[in-house]
Design a protein around this ligand. Sequence first.
Ligand SMILES: Cc1cc2nc3c(=O)[nH]c(=O)nc-3n(C[C@H](O)[C@H](O)[C@H](O)COP(=O)(O)O)c2cc1C
Length: 178
Amino acid sequence: MVKVIGLCGSLRDSATSEKALKLALAAAQSAEAEVEYLDFKQMHLPFCHGGEDYSEYPDVAVLQAKVKAADALLISTPEYHGSFSGVLKNALDLLGFEELTDKVIGLISVLGGAQNSNALNDLRTVSRWVHAWVVPEQVAIGQAWKQFDEQGQLIDPKLAERIEKLAFSVVDTAKKLR
Ligand SMILES: Cc1cc2nc3c(=O)[nH]c(=O)nc-3n(C[C@H](O)[C@H](O)[C@H](O)COP(=O)(O)O)c2cc1C
């Protein structure tokens, strides 16, 4: 069974990027993947200092081990100042080639303004640097504050379908790469 880890770049309660991620993880699960959301709100992660010793922060080892053991990642981020969030960049900096090389990655961004691909393109660059495989499908959700209903579902069925297709592509690609 393919294992998919979800990572989210927002620490906000009721974050729209987290809602989108949960929909993508549910779709991956429906495609028979084993899924786990690593919620950074529940983890105690330090800033990446560029060294090796994070023994005072056991969650770094948890993050590294879980990502290393997974086949794929679904990553969802808010757009902050035209890119992806610092929370997410820091988490990715705590990981390296050992955990990320050959990982299949699916990308989602949410924005307060109109949808664009800034954060997604920057995440593609970072992913290439660590030799991960980003699937061609991606989803950017503009004006994210008005896109979800009270149950956390996307109101626009076309956007919901795009999230599903992204998740299916991640699971399918991970199976092929195995
Ligand atoms: C520091 C910061 C920078 C932001 N920069 C942008 C931006 O460049 N473009 C944009 O459309 N929205 C921007 N926003 C708005 C967020 O992308 C938007 O509120 C998003 O839905 C927040 O994601 P979340 O609901 O997952 O927390 C910014 C918000 C913050 C806090």
